[in-house]
Design a binder for this molecule. Structure first.
Ligand SMILES: *Cc1c(COP(=O)(O)O)cnc(C)c1O
Length: 394
């Protein structure tokens, strides 16, 4: 099997697995306990916090461990909303192609009286800083724009957006789940007030992540009950998972320049190979994208059928995000960049990782080419396109 769905989740690194197992075996205490077994766990927790902070240019007391990226997104947005409400600021700026952990949270806030402006995502898969600035109103309490998109991999102009927010006195949150460990991220130079991350997207375990909140941002609790995480996130800490996350992140950041350069070459080889298929298009800017992300639309086919047939040929990929597969609606991300429904249905996301080889890429190219041709050969839509009864879009 060729695993090409690293944007959905990654395989844990051996270093992360080792530390997780040894923590479970040896450091099983509750970090809140005062005796030495508990204090050992507490020390491991604080060491992980320092490691995570160092990886993003933050201070340890600016890191709050969570159950993952979704929780961190929720907590960041509810925090900004609570602070905004107190100050009579009920407006939020975001974009149309955010992760559902952001979009669904914003929907809920709209029911509570907040107004949300979603800035346009252009055809290249990028938001424009000047459009973010124009969307900011006197009562805007938050701008939340993702660092890199999970479906099409485009890397947003976060630094410029952060600078605008800083100068306008608006909190800036970014969902950096896809970016962290894959491209350089620094909360200070990127002007970020809050950032969400998830361990399983950078070879750590599932069910653990963190929220960075700049000193002075008073977090709102999602979970009440105990004094853990300085009173901002109750519940006995997932010590083994957190230690494994820190190990995975340190490793990913240390190896980033080398890994990113290698994966980028594979990505571009894959893009070049797939481009030769007639009537297809790369989704999003070719250069401003994550090192491992390849996202295409093929006209005249169904993405779901493509995935099943690729699986038969030993290639594991995704049509968009794991969260939306299984639903028949086309991806909100592809619609946001202007793909029409018919074209958006024929989407394929291949997300490569550090383990991908050149041979894998060549096999993927051959498998996709073969499957697209087969699917088109029995597609009535394709027949109509070829007969001129419908117009090609791509
Ligand atoms: C995976 C992902 C999330 C959700 O993270 P979980 O840890 O799975 O909750 C949020 N945002 C983006 C961009 C993601 O890719």
């Amino acid at each position: 099997m060729i695993y090409a769905d690293n944007a959905a989740t990654t395989k844990m690194s051996p270093a992360a697995i080792n530390i997780m197992v040894s923590m479970m075996n040896e450091v099983y205490g509750n970090p809140s306990s005062l005796y030495s077994t508990g204090q050992r766990a507490k020390e491991a927790l604080e060491q992980a916090r320092a490691q995570v902070a160092a990886a993003i240019g933050a201070q340890p007391d600016e890191i709050y461990f969570t159950s993952g990226g979704s929780e961190a997104d929720n907590q960041a947005i509810y925090t900004a909303a609570a602070l905004g409400k107190k100050a009579g600021k009920m407006h939020i700026v975001s974009s149309a192609f955010e992760h559902h952990a952001v979009l669904h949270t914003l929907k809920r806030l709209e029911k509570e009286g907040f107004r949300v402006t979603l800035v346009d995502v252009h055809e290249d898969g990028l938001v424009r800083p000047d459009e973010v600035e124009a969307a900011i109103q006197p009562d805007t309490c938050l701008v939340t724009i993702m660092y890199a998109n999970n479906e099409i991999g485009t890397i947003q102009p976060v630094r410029a957006i952060g600078e605008i927010c800083r100068s306008r006195g608006v909190l800036f949150h970014t969902d950096a789940v896809q970016a962290l460990g894959h491209i350089p991220v620094n909360v200070k130079t990127d002007n970020i007030d809050m950032l969400s991350a998830s361990a399983h997207k950078f070879h750590g375990p599932k069910g653990v992540g963190f929220l960075y909140a700049k000193k002075g941002v008073r977090l709102q609790n999602l979970i009440e009950g105990g004094a853990q995480e300085r009173g901002k996130r109750a519940g006995t800490e997932n010590v083994a998972g957190i230690a494994a996350m820190a190990a995975a992140l340190s490793e990913a950041v240390a190896r980033l320049p080398e890994n990113a350069a290698r994966v980028r070459l594979l990505r571009d080889r894959l893009i070049e190979g797939l481009k030769k298929i007639p009537h297809c298009a790369l989704n999003g800017d070719a250069a401003k994208r994550l090192p491992g992300n390849v996202s295409f639309c093929f006209e005249g086919i169904e993405g779901e059928a493509l995935l099943l047939m690729l699986d038969d040929l030993g290639v594991e990929a995704s049509s968009g995000s794991a969260c939306t597969s299984g639903s028949l609606d086309p991806s909100h991300v592809l619609l946001a960049i202007g793909r029409v429904h018919d074209v958006a249905h024929g989407s394929l996301r291949l997300s490569l990782g550090e383990e991908t080889t050149e041979k894998d890429v060549d096999e993927i190219i051959s498998a996709v080419t073969q499957v697209v041709e087969r699917l088109r050969s029995f597609s009535p839509v394709w027949r109509d396109l070829c007969a001129g009864k419908r117009q090609f879009i791509l």
